[in-house]
Design a protein around this ligand. Structure first.
Ligand code: NAG
Ligand code: NAG
Ligand code: NAG
Ligand code: NAG
Length: 278
């Protein structure tokens, strides 16, 4: 019995798709009902529609969408010989193709592939973005398991490669000193008792140095974006922007990184504070 079902899998899938078509399921698109009327559902090979059970949720996809990127788990769905299909593809109790992945994430990826397929400009197909940066890791894992690893969203390099400063003496309000940031250069993330951002107001007192660096500008608000602003340095007389350097700030989802240059004079330090990113 089981082997009979296995040999009939492909036919069963098509039959069930057709059944859903005639039952006017809610998810049925108007193009599907047109296909029913014109009767080309079976004859038009390129527009064959597949019904997938993804983690318990039913989704339709055309052959064109599934095979738009060749040699993936999705493109193997259309193979009639089960031995060539990906191991990720099983069948549910109704003989439908079952893909054991989170439906929300899968649907999001499928919709992007569908848009790419409809746009039909392969050179513009670059990254399949996650629905939100909160699920980026999960989403990327799914893309890898589907054979779509090369379409993962590239993060700005500074979000993975940065220096860290946790020095509490640079937190705003700690008072002056003789320290200088000469060696604090490149992409830097502030953590722990150092706070997590460079302050955006000229500090009244130093933070480990006599002169204080502060950011004149705004923090980026969208993940994976970078803003360019000015890093001002006060002098001993508290002139707010006695000297300055350009500074880039990148939003890395749950934290910010700042691209620092050597201060224009010593003893000067960038002052930091605690900031709620959300
Ligand atoms: C379509 O409707 C018929 C009759 O109500 C039912 O027997 C059949 O199982 C339905 N097919 C699907 C795929 O829901
Ligand atoms: C299926 O796999 C076999 C052996 O791995 C190969 O010879 C055959 O060409 C494959 N068929 C398809 C449709 O990819
Ligand atoms: C296809 O995408 C490339 C890269 O984004 C773009 O330069 C080109 O104009 C697009 N072609 C069409 C026909 O839209
Ligand atoms: C980290 O700091 C060193 C100097 O202390 C610098 O050479 C390097 O480029 C910095 N790393 C990054 C990722 O900016």
């Amino acid at each position: 019995m089981v082997s009979l079902i296995k040999t009939l899998q492909f036919a069963v899938v098509l039959h069930i798709v057709r059944g859903a078509l005639f039952n006017k399921s809610q998810t049925m698109s108007s193009s599907l009902s047109m296909m029913k009327q014109t009767g080309n559902f079976h004859t038009s090979h390129n527009n064959e529609v597949f019904l997938l059970n993804v983690g318990g949720e039913l989704m339709y996809a055309t052959r064109d969408t599934l095979t738009y990127i060749p040699n993936t788990v999705l493109s193997s769905v259309i193979l009639s010989t089960t031995e060539n299909r990906s191991k990720l593809i099983q069948h549910d109790e109704n003989g439908r193709i079952f893909i054991d992945l989170p439906p929300i994430l899968f649907k999001h990826a499928l919709e992007q592939l569908r848009r790419w397929k409809n746009r039909g400009n392969i050179s513009a197909d670059r990254e399949i973005l996650p629905p939100s940066w909160h699920v980026k890791n999960e989403f990327d894992e799914m893309l890898i398991s589907l054979g779509l690893a090369k379409y993962r969203q590239n993060l700005p390099i500074e979000c993975t490669l940065y220096n860290v400063s946790d020095d509490p003496s640079r937190h705003v309000g700690t008072g002056g000193g003789t320290l200088c940031d000469r060696d604090l250069v490149g992409w830097t993330r502030f953590i722990d008792r150092a706070g997590n951002v460079i302050v955006r107001q000229a500090p009244g007192i130093g933070c480990g140095g006599q002169k204080s660096g502060w950011l004149l500008g705004t923090y980026p608000t969208e993940p994976w974006t970078t803003t360019l602003s000015t890093l001002c340095y006060t002098d001993e007389m508290r002139i707010p922007c006695r000297a300055w350097t350009p500074i880039r700030t990148t939003h890395c989802g749950s934290f910010l990184v700042f691209e620092l240059r050597s201060p224009p004079f010593c003893p000067a330090r960038v002052c930091t504070d605690d900031y709620n990113l959300n």
